[in-house]
Design a protein around this ligand. Structure first.
Ligand code: ADP
Ligand code: MG
Length: 696
């Protein structure tokens, strides 16, 4: 199958092919992210109006929609311009009023002749204790009242798209959609009692009450599952393709690792042991490793990463570790050098700042195998960087990388194993969505002896007290970070705010005691400022969020976050993770500008209550929803139209195992179910996945 199957053509045609949809409507729909009939299928109603016939408006609890048969009474004309016209009507139990604003000409007289019977349907409200129905949606003779739907789905709309247009377009699309062969494991369909694809669509678009709208409704579950399954199938295909590419079994001697572990002043945690074993086993297999190492700040990822690099070196090969920024690459270098000395291996740093002869010399040493471990930024993946025998590539903090970028990375070292490290704990459902093509190791245990960080909320009005507190702490030899408020996208405004704060703190605490880093500083100055702080020359480091990830200064035991209400949960957690790394007990002061919004208050309360990154991540997901937790656009996380990663988390794990199993049984998707799954991939616009099958 080289192109989209014909059975799907009508669903991928222009929206104008639908009745009632012209060019203008199509354009408006596209603003709602609806580009083709297919998108309409997956735009489900968010609520439903019950229009089942009642004897009287008294049978519903106002405000609510009621459908009743009435006898039309007198018309009460508008008393003045701009006031409504009223029509008195009587149902089986009561008399109430229909209310019309701007009723034109004799329209009302024709619609509602006094003395005749009509069926009306609309929203009943109480006005001064009296029921009234403003602008009924339906006014019909009793003989025609059968055209009123018992349940009317309500779709998301936008200006220019009426419910009627939407409903009609969806109905037409449902007619265009041919039933498709089942792609889900038949045993799963039976166990869950899920309807087939087409039936599920019909049920989801024709809810008969709010239970049908719940994420637990079988039709919705099934349609969500389809989305997740297509996504997991794509990830599984990527995984299979990566593993198919010849890998090298890298088995170390253990000699260098033993040296390093013996020299450590501490014992690895159980979680570190487990992760090191998982990685060693994976690298030993002659397939390409693609593994995610997740661990909260301070969980000890560095040691695990270094042990993995040593396996590559023990086997006579090389390893590389890449960080997202220059500062972080340098920090890695600093923490790895002592370990490298223990092991007696050659480690070198390569960043965008290496130029000319120096760079050339490094590249030469790398190509000759004289450099065993390379630390760097993106610069290490430039075309002219050649390794003699690259066995392991570690990517740190690349939680913003999507599957596509990971595939790219895999191409560099011909058969190198890949380990991605992230310090951003993410909930399991999201981690499966984002990294479902990889295997995982989790550091869920902190090294012993960590003291909890005391976290306090301080209103901005008490800034002077905070500065006094800092003065005392500095006198005791402690160091502090001072993080400036997040200002949207503008680095310039952030820089100005940071400079202002820097000046004020310098005036209060003394020349030479306070340092400053922000994103607009030339990198040499940034590094110098960091170095002064790391070396203990400056005691307070005023910073924008450039210090957010990875920076390690054990003597820093105070974290002041100004404008804390403007930060997300994950950011606050990351920032606080910068302290509590040394012997002293640590403090985190969250300075906020009152009054706090309800959500900001909840966020800050969560941060104050717990230091558990995974718990914070789950709270974050619950508060914000999946799309926002990891910025969708850059995360590689697809925008699911139906699936709800918070409330249907279990489905994702199911989809992953089902997808992997299908591919294990039918790698080329040629069986009957495999063919159906291909149609699903086309339906879900997983073009990349389809290319993966065809190259396979
Ligand atoms: P991460 O990179 O996961 O944030 P690091 O690897 O920087 O964490 O480790 C944080 C600190 O904990 C470092 O100073 C490191 O030396 C120390 N550390 C790592 N593992 C252990 C352990 N098992 N016991 C005690 N200290 C440890
Ligand atoms: Mg391998």
């Amino acid at each position: 199958m080289t192109g989209r199957p014909e059975i799907l053509f009508p669903l991928f045609a222009g929206l104008e092919t639908l009745p009632g949809v012209g060019r203008k409507t199509a354009e408006t729909l596209s603003q709602m992210n609806i580009e083709k009939p297919r998108d309409l299928l997956f735009t489900l109603p968010h609520s439903v109006i019950d229009r089942r016939r009642k004897a009287s408006v008294l049978d519903v609890i106002a405000p609510a929609t009621a459908t009743v048969e009435v006898e039309v009474g007198r018309h009460i004309p508008a008393r003045q311009k701009g006031r409504p016209t009223r029509v008195e009507v009587t149902d089986a139990a009561t008399t109430f009023q229909l209310v019309f604003f701007h009723a034109a000409g004799d329209w009302l007289d024709r619609q509602l002749p006094p003395g005749e019977r009509r069926v009306v349907s609309g929203k009943v409200e109480l006005f001064d204790g009296v029921a009234q129905m403003v602008h009924p949606e339906y006014i019909l003779r009793p003989g025609q009242a059968g055209t009123i739907p018992e349940f009317e789905p309500v779709y998301p709309l936008t200006a220019g798209i009426t419910l009627k247009t939407m409903t009609k377009a969806v109905a037409a699309t449902l007619d265009l959609a041919a039933p498709l062969d089942e792609w889900i494991d038949p045993a799963l369909v039976a166990r869950e009692k899920w309807p087939g694809w087409h039936l599920a669509l019909e049920a989801a678009h024709k809810p008969e009450g709010s239970a049908d709208l719940a994420p637990t409704a079988p039709a919705r579950q099934r349609l969500s599952y389809d989305e997740l399954f297509a996504h997991q199938l794509t990830l599984a295909l990527a995984r299979a393709a990566a593993r198919r590419a010849a890998g090298i079994g890298t088995n170390g001697t253990g000699r260098l690792r033993a040296k390093v572990l013996d020299a450590l002043p501490y014992k690895p945690t159980g979680a570190q042991e487990r992760a090191m074993n998982e990685i060693a086993e994976d690298m030993g297999r002659p397939i390409r490793m693609s593994r995610l190492l997740q661990g909260d700040v301070g969980s000890g990822k560095t040691l695990v990463a270094f042990i993995a690099l040593l396996i590559a070196v023990e086997a006579g090969g090389q390893g590389v570790i890449m960080a997202p920024t220059e500062i972080l690459a340098r920090q890695h270098m600093e923490s790895l050098v002592p370990l490298a000395e223990d092991a007696g291996v050659v480690i070198e740093l390569l960043t965008g700042r290496d130029k000319g002869a120096e760079r050339a010399a490094k590249l030469k040493a790398l190509a000759a195998g004289d450099i065993q471990i390379l630390v760097g930024t993106h610069a290490v993946f430039q075309g002219d960087v050649q390794f003699r025998d690259l066995r392991l590539a570690i990517v740190d903090e690349q939680h913003r990388f999507g599957v596509a970028q990971r595939m790219e990375l895999g191409r560099k070292g011909q058969a190198a194993d890949v380990l991605v490290m992230t310090a951003t704990p993410i909930p399991r459902s999201l981690s499966l969505a984002q990294y479902g093509d990889m295997d995982g190791s989790v550091l869920d245990e902190k090294p012993p002896g960590r003291k909890p960080v005391t976290t306090a909320l301080v209103s901005a009005g008490r800034m002077d007290e905070v500065i006094e507190h800092l003065r005392g702490a500095i006198a005791e030899g402690r160091q502090a970070y001072w993080v400036c408020p997040l200002v949207g996208e503008s680095e310039i405004i952030e820089k100005t705010a940071a400079e202002e704060r820097f000046k004020r703190l310098r005036a209060a605490l003394g020349e030479g005691v306070v340092g400053l880093v922000h994103g607009q500083l030339p990198s040499a100055e940034k590094d110098a400022a960091m170095a002064r702080f790391v070396g203990g020359k400056t005691k307070v480091l005023v910073a924008t969020t450039v210090i957010e990830v990875g920076v390690n200064v054990p003597n820093a035991s105070i974290m002041v976050i100004e404008g804390a209400e403007g930060f997300g949960l994950a950011q606050l957690h990351q920032l606080r993770g910068r302290v509590g790394r040394g012997a002293a007990s640590s403090t985190c002061l969250l300075i906020y500008q009152p009054p706090l919004s309800e959500t900001a208050e909840r966020r800050l309360a969560v941060i104050r209550e717990t230091e558990d990154g995974f718990r914070i991540a789950e709270e974050d997901l619950a508060m914000r929803g999946a799309g926002d937790v990891i910025g969708t656009a850059q995360s590689g996380l697809p925008r699911f139209r139906i699936a709800d990663l918070e409330r249907q988390a279990g489905l994702m794990a199911l989809a992953q195992s089902d997808a992997r199993k299908l591919l294990a049984d039918d790698p080329k998707l040629t069986s009957e179910r495999g063919q159906a799954a291909r149609v699903l991939l086309w339906l879900m616009e997983q073009d990349k996945a389809i290319r993966l099958i065809s190259v396979g």
